[in-house]
Design a protein around this ligand. Structure first.
Ligand code: NAD
Length: 284
């Protein structure tokens, strides 16, 4: 089995995909960056170039590493161009049917032992793996935004993921200089489950009039060293996205911890979605 990774395929060159391409190229991997149109893939490469340039300005990336990394990123709109990759990571929209369709296609294109990874932040890896041939090579690689700055990589082990697959992705994670945690496939993994629990409790506290939004956030920022309080973070993520994840976690676990607060539902119904709509717990 050829398990040494030299070529990484990235499917989806959006917010997350271009960041995953960035850290992979910087670590010396050849990158095939795929999107549905060549223009979308090239736009992702453009953002990656801008972030590398900022790295050079800050003295974190050398001129040589900048040029070499950029030269390693190849844009394509042909999925077949990922045939030679030993690791493919998808960062396409968060829809199970879309991801399952992609894993079916990749199964036909890539070598039988190529590792197929998903950057899903909430979907069941076990269900995604079921749509691939040889599902033992499917694993979750949950990156955080912005990928080139955030240290954490949450490795999610599907029911089918083999020990060997886990070992190979751990080596990849070390090569791209991330700190890894390994989590069993379960609703919300570790990061979303804890983050959403905190965010929903903060909304319930606001609803009960315990403190103002600013003071609830300051409690976690100044008392616990969180870079951003839970309400501000909810505004940034989008309250509609928060509500959808809360509903999913509530349905999957049955736990009252994840029952969406009325205030959150009302705000979403009123179109107050956070930063993207101009108003959430704060005004933008
Ligand atoms: P995005 O919308 O920024 O990018 C998605 C990209 O996928 C777009 O460039 C789009 O053209 C492309 N695309 C759409 N359909 C495709 C298809 N069928 N095949 C190939 N490419 C396709 O999305 P994003 O924020 O980068 O999220 C991608 C994944 O990462 C999702 O599963 C999301 O849950 C997860 N995620 C996002 C974040 C975040 O903060 N944005 C954090 C962690 C995980």
């Amino acid at each position: 089995m050829t398990r040494k990774i030299t070529q990484v395929g990235i499917v989806g060159a959006g917010t997350m995909g271009h960041g995953i391409a960035h850290v992979s190229a910087l670590a010396g991997f050849e990158v095939q960056l795929y999107d549905v149109t060549l223009a979308a893939a090239e736009a992702g490469r453009g953002k990656l170039q801008m972030n590398l340039e900022i790295g050079v300005e800050k003295g974190k990336v050398t001129q040589a590493a900048f040029h070499e990394s950029l030269a390693r990123v190849h844009c394509t709109d042909r999925l077949e161009d990922l045939a030679g990759c030993q690791l493919v990571i998808e960062a396409i929209p968060e829809k199970l049917a879309l991801k399952q369709d992609l894993f079916g296609k990749l199964s036909a294109i890539c070598a039988a032992e190529a590792i197929l990874a998903s950057n899903t932040s909430s979907l069941s890896l076990t269900e995604i793996a079921a749509s691939a041939s040889n599902p033992g090579r499917v694993v979750g690689l949950h990156f955080f935004n912005p990928v080139h700055l955030m240290k954490l990589l949450e490795v999610v082990r599907a029911f089918q993921t083999s020990d060997q697959t886990l070992e190979v992705v751990k080596a990849y994670g070390a090569a791209i200089k991330k700190e890894l945690i390994v989590v069993k496939d379960s609703p919300g993994f570790a990061s979303s489950r804890l983050g959403v629990a905190l965010g929903l409790e903060a909304i319930r506290m606001l609803e009960e009039g315990v403190a103002s939004a600013q003071d609830i956030d300051r409690a976690m920022e100044l008392g616990y060293g969180h870079p951003m309080g839970p309400l501000k973070l909810g505004d940034l993520v989008g309250l509609d996205v928060r509500l959808a994840i809360a509903e999913y976690l509530h349905a999957e676990t049955g736990s009252p911890t994840f029952r969406p607060p009325q205030l959150l539902k009302k705000m979403v119904r009123a179109g107050k979605l956070g930063k993207k709509s101009g108003e959430g717990f704060y005004t933008y």
